[in-house]
Design a protein around this ligand. Structure first.
Ligand code: NAD
Length: 341
């Protein structure tokens, strides 16, 4: 009897449906070979959902995630400077997905300025300027509230230290701007510092965010695990994606006590949407994180090995990483690599 998992599937918009279709096809194939059955529950969110259901996140999306506790999600477009609140931020807050976990690792065969990058980004996912509390004080003056709590900062620091200990990594850098935001970022690093006392085997340091950006592009090897608040974590994730070949590659997991939503770092990439140009690697690597979360190690290894083989060979890559293949041809190559084993 195959093991069965019911998973909420939110393809999203822009390149979301294309990369999601590719990933589902690859996972179905890996599942058949490893005795895993996926029962997908497709759900809509964002502008399209509003047109169909009159809600940006229909009640059935919440119910499905609450029931299944695991979702695989494509990107969703967020209007700029107005319109509805980010679907991503709303889901992260609703399910208290406090940890945004983003491993940034070089893939074989890709020529980048820095080979063999292996960084972990741990981003606080529910607080900071992303609480979206903005208002006009008087005409021409807007206040946007940066909320940092002891509870939230301690919880994310604990996650980072426990992850590093469990996986035998060595170092954590807490990233901040406490020289300017002495109270809010000060609280964030104080909580991290306090947590570090309970993990004496892990080296702990603090770097200011602007210096960190420079250090990352000069010598990323000095870092192992970066612990950041919500805004700095968001920005540094894209910067680190640039170190390994771009946003088409880097996966992510939004983790809470009860539920987990797996999604790529990248957004809906409207500039290439609907053209079979998007690289599905980032969502595929997110789905590998999901398989490990579900304890489906054989399926996860099968997908990861095939992905690395296709990169090492370098003949079926998408345009963003120097190839000439489309999304679906790249997915075909992964499936072929899995079947060749
Ligand atoms: P983006 O990540 O969508 O795109 C940035 C650049 O990277 C673009 O040039 C794009 O073509 C490229 N890119 C991204 N993903 C790629 C892939 N898989 N393959 C090849 N190239 C890829 O960022 P943006 O343009 O700033 O944002 C577009 C929209 O996405 C915005 O509405 C934003 O709010 C939203 N967004 C959503 C999420 C999410 O749903 N988790 C995350 C970030 C941004």
């Amino acid at each position: 009897m195959p093991r069965s998992h019911t998973i909420t599937l939110i393809p999203g918009d822009g390149i979301g449906p294309e990369v999601t279709a590719a990933v589902v096809r690859i996972l179905e194939n890996a599942g058949r070979a490893t005795d895993v059955h996926f029962n997908w529950e497709p759900m809509m969110a964002g502008a399209e959902a509003f047109e169909m259901h009159g809600e940006y996140i229909p009640a059935e999306v919440y119910a499905s995630i609450e029931k299944n506790r695991v979702a695989l999600k494509g990107p969703v477009t967020t209007p700029i400077g107005g319109g509805f609140a980010s679907i991503n931020v709303t889901l992260r807050k609703k399910f208290e997905l406090f940890a945004n976990f983003r491993p940034v690792k070089s893939l074989p065969g890709l020529v980048t300025k820095f080979p063999d990058i292996d960084l972990i980004i741990v981003r606080e996912n529910t607080e900071d300027l992303y609480v979206g509390l903005e208002h006009e004080i008087v005409p021409g003056v807007i206040e946007s509230l940066k909320i940092i709590t002891e509870k939230g900062s301690t919880r994310i620091a604990k996650f980072a230290f426990e992850y590093v200990r469990k996986h035998g990594r060595k170092k954590i850098h807490a990233i901040h701007k406490a020289n300017i935001m002495k109270m809010s970022d000060g609280l964030f690093i104080n909580c991290a510092r306090k947590m570090s006392m309970g993990f004496p085997e892990i080296s702990y340091a603090e770097h200011i965010i602007d210096n960190t950006c420079m250090q990352l592009v000069m010598n990323p090897y000095q870092y192992d695990t970066l612990l950041l608040g919500n805004l700095y974590g968001d920005i540094v994730s894209d910067l680190c994606a640039g170190l390994v070949g771009g946003l088409g590659l880097v996966p992510g997991a939004n983790l809470g006590e009860e539920c987990a939503i797996f999604e790529a770092v990248h957004g809906s990439a409207p500039d290439i949407a609907g053209k079979d140009l998007a690289n599905p690697t980032a969502l595929l690597q997110s789905s590998v994180l999901m398989l490990r979360h579900l304890d489906e190690v054989a399926a996860a290894d099968r997908v990861q090995k095939a992905l690395e083989a296709v990169y090492a060979e370098g003949k079926h890559l998408t345009r963003d990483v120097g190839g000439s293949n489309g999304t679906s041809a790249f997915a075909d190559a992964i499936i072929e690599a899995m079947e060749a084993k």
